[in-house]
Ligand binder design. Structure first.
Ligand code: FES
Ligand SMILES: [Fe+2]
Length: 364
């Protein structure tokens, strides 16, 4: 089976990452967020448009995310320099308007999109821009309930956060109280289809897998659990599928036999080598009532607590702890992610050697 090591390849920049939620930025609000090792200031202009610039002020390096909006311009909290939508400095209060503003007084402006309640950012080569990941299920609609779990900064590597989102073989061991200790441990072989451009993949249990029964009930248990299931609108499962998109977006969908569905999404974004933002979103068409809302909130929060607790404690988060990793057949989806990630990273870093070796997943 394929092997790899705890030495991860450099973070890729030519990808869309989630930087935050639309609801985090009211008009005139400024928000600081560290992404891919650099602090950025995100803000919403009075007209509603979003902006995002590198937060380090080119004058003396104060943090512009502590500044405020004056009209459409971002004002530095230290000496009041003002920067427009293109990152140009338009005002230096300590000198008259007749004095020239140095051309270097300019901010790096990030490519940003707001879509389906999410703020997406591209921090790489703008010539390589590709479409922002989107799914019809994320569109707001009266027959759907959407829940955005508050952003969290996990103390772990990006690779470990993404692998945890993709991996379901940890469920019976890490989520005994929420998803059930009795969840299937045997993991069917996976049918994985990689996009032609190598920027994502879709997967599901292989229908002809000799290993493991298909999961048919979302909630297994006695009469009380069954009653809870009926209240929440959880019925027998018709199909399950997932999809991953580079940077770090994992989409997981359960289709119920009664025609309803639910989607769980984990967006991971590197903050630094040892910290990763986690944005969890869920959408459902089952149980469209208050009780199910409360349950959904509790369920999502507890599940993320359980994941964060264990993933943050992984020794492979520490870049100084270098050791080889051993993989098995049940790691197929994780290894597919690693393969795509490594390829893209190599492409961006021009054949730079990485200590990260993955030998494909075919034929295992
Ligand atoms: S540090 Fe920003 S204006 Fe001086
Ligand atoms: Fe988990």
């Amino acid at each position: 089976m394929a092997s790899s090591s705890t030495e991860n390849p450099p973070i890729i920049r030519n990808a869309w990452y989630v930087a935050g939620y639309s609801t985090e930025l009211k008009p005139n609000a400024v928000l600081g967020r560290k992404l891919l090792g650099t602090k950025y200031a995100l803000f919403r202009r009075p007209g509603g448009a979003l902006g995002m610039v590198r937060a380090a002020c080119p004058h003396r390096g104060s943090d512009l995310s502590r500044g405020r909006l004056v009209g459409d311009c971002l004002r530095c909290p230290m000496h009041g320099w003002e920067f427009d939508a293109d990152g140009r400095c338009t005002k230096v209060p300590s000198q008259p308007d007749t004095q020239k503003i140095p051309p270097g007084a300019r901010l790096e402006v990030a490519e940003i999109r707001e879509q389906q309640g999410l703020i997406w950012v591209w921090l790489g080569d703008k010539a390589e821009l590709c479409p922002v990941p989107a799914h019809d299920e994320w569109n707001p609609s009266p027959g759907r309930r959407c829940y955005f779990e508050a952003p969290r900064l996990w103390k772990c590597s990006f690779v470990n956060a993404v692998e945890n989102a993709i991996d379901t073989t940890h469920i019976p061991f890490m989520h005994p109280a929420t998803l059930g200790a009795g969840s299937r441990a045997l993991y069917p072989r996976q049918e994985i289809i990689v996009d032609e451009d190598g920027r994502g993949f879709a997967g599901r249990d292989a229908p002809e897998s000799p290993w493991g029964e298909r999961r048919e009930a979302a909630l297994e248990g006695g009469p009380l659990i069954q009653l809870l299931g009926r209240l929440l609108g959880v019925g027998p499962i018709e199909s399950e599928q997932y999809r991953f998109d580079l940077g770090g977006s994992l989409f997981y969908k359960v289709q119920y036999a009664n025609g309803t569905w639910e989607v769980l999404v984990a967006h991971s974004t590197p903050a630094s080598d040892t910290e990763t933002w986690f944005f969890g979103v869920s959408v459902r068409t089952r149980g469209l009532h208050f009780l199910a809302d409360v349950f959904q909130r509790w369920f999502a929060r507890t599940l993320v607590d359980e994941d964060e607790d264990e993933v943050s404690a992984m020794l492979s988060n520490d870049p100084r702890e270098s050791f080889p990793l051993v993989s098995v057949v049940g790691d197929e989806p994780l290894l597919t992610f690693r393969r795509l990630w490594e390829r893209q990273s190599r492409k961006e870093h021009h054949g730079g050697r990485s200590g990260f070796r993955v030998v494909g997943t075919g034929g295992v």
